[in-house]
Design a binder for this molecule. Sequence first.
Ligand SMILES: NC(=O)c1ccc[n+]([C@@H]2O[C@H](COP(=O)([O-])OP(=O)(O)OC[C@H]3O[C@@H](n4cnc5c(N)ncnc54)[C@H](O)[C@@H]3O)[C@@H](O)[C@H]2O)c1
Length: 374
Amino acid sequence: MNGVTGRMGQNQHLIRSILAIRTAGGVRVGDDLVIWPDPILVGRSEDRLRALAAKHGVERWSTDLARCLDNPDDTVYFDAQHTAQRPAALEAAIAAGKHVYCEKPTALDLATSLRLASLARSAGVKNGVVADKLFLPGFVKLRRLVDSGFFGRILAARGDFGYWVFEGDLEPAQRPSWNYRAEDGGGIVFDMFCHWRYLLDHLVGPVEAVSCLGVTHIPTRYDEQGRAYAATAEDAAFATFAVEGGAIVQLNSSWVTRVYRDDLFTLQVDGTHGSAVAGLFGCRAQHRSATPRATWNPDLPNSIDFRGGWQDVPDNQPFDNGFRTQWELFLRHVVLDEPFPWDLFEGARAVQLAELALRSWHERRWVDVPGLEA
Ligand SMILES: NC(=O)c1ccc[n+]([C@@H]2O[C@H](COP(=O)([O-])OP(=O)(O)OC[C@H]3O[C@@H](n4cnc5c(N)ncnc54)[C@H](O)[C@@H]3O)[C@@H](O)[C@H]2O)c1
């Protein structure tokens, strides 16, 4: 596991996924079969790795990736490094015959992400990319509504993602400083549009075109050492997507907005027969037959409790941490050859949307999203 001293690697992948799986006794896949992940933590800093391993009782760690890749007993390479570091490490792991699983984006340009997908295919190794938002309870329930035909014809969707990321002077920033430097692979478009690709494809329909406007609202931020730096990457992006079948999706992505909604990300889907709003955990729906009669009258205060007219979609199933759920599916894919659709090729499609959104912004025009052949 490479990049586990970082925010995502440590919290979501090591602690909440692999260590949680070990605490639960592994992934039981049959009466007499358990998949038991045995991680080796890989990174650049001996001190940090040693401390992390000791804190969590992990026996193996190393600063020598090449040597780890030489060990035939370690069969899966996982990467949650800073994005710019990922392609070379994935390529080395694939060349060493490892199955690979990694964070998004897989690379910072489409050509490289496609190359990784094709290298993995030629090498015949299993491969996967994180698509965690699909496993959040709110979006699992939204998908259930889609599958049940609840919406009728989906007309439009509107998503609001974001929160205030502190500049780092008054309070420390909640995100790493490289996120705000374009030269280091930062920017909210590459960070979030990878998620938008799989979410929209999965929930609303295949994305056909994108129009995007990015902006850097806060030009100076303060890094992990408290030093001022120029924020060269966009910290907000306002995008519209045209989806196959005619639905229109608008998504705001912002690290410079203060939250006045139920969650850090909410997505409202409007269809001819019903609407729903999903957040990370919850999903509320309103059927056509329960839609209140709203009439515009500026002379009277509004008398309708609009929020009161929505119904909670029940869980109806237990939910685990989404990263862990996807890890378990990937491990089953590796060991049992079960299907795992979120492969490096899907990862490339995500990178494609981010790249085309940036093109739309820089060229100030709508950009088509051509199909990619696997
Ligand atoms: N799935 C999600 O929701 C989600 C959310 C945030 C970030 N991410 C992705 O996870 C990856 C890591 O993001 P993070 O927020 O954990 O970042 P982070 O800065 O906290 O961690 C980066 C990790 O990469 C390592 N690294 C190796 N070479 C590096 C270099 N030259 N410069 C900086 N770090 C280097 C660091 O030591 C650290 O372990 C990114 O690719 C990011 O896009 C995914």
